[in-house]
Design a protein around this ligand. Sequence first.
Ligand code: SF4
Length: 106
Amino acid sequence: MADTQLMVWIDQDLCTGDGICEEICPDVFLGRDDGLWVVKEEASHFGETIIFDGADGAGHGPEGARGVARVPDSLIEAVVESAEECPGECIMIEPYSAEILAARGV
Ligand code: SF4
């Protein structure tokens, strides 16, 4: 299990769909079929993959402000760079919180 000090989510209302975030950090950002990007937790870091795309079923979690993924400490720099380069300014980074983790439901 990766150490994690930060969490990240995307405000899909502001996402321009250019995919820069996934180019910089493909372990955390993923393009959805509708052309908007979401966050994810990869099994290589957290033991199971969870995609925060609002879909039902195993391996999926809520999107938007409730779809908050843990950031492995090894990827902090890449996630911060993604947020800095994001033209929609819609990548939201927060300190790790057990309460947020519990509220997302997965
Ligand atoms: S960089 Fe920002 S605007 Fe571009 S796809 Fe990623 S979240 Fe959306």
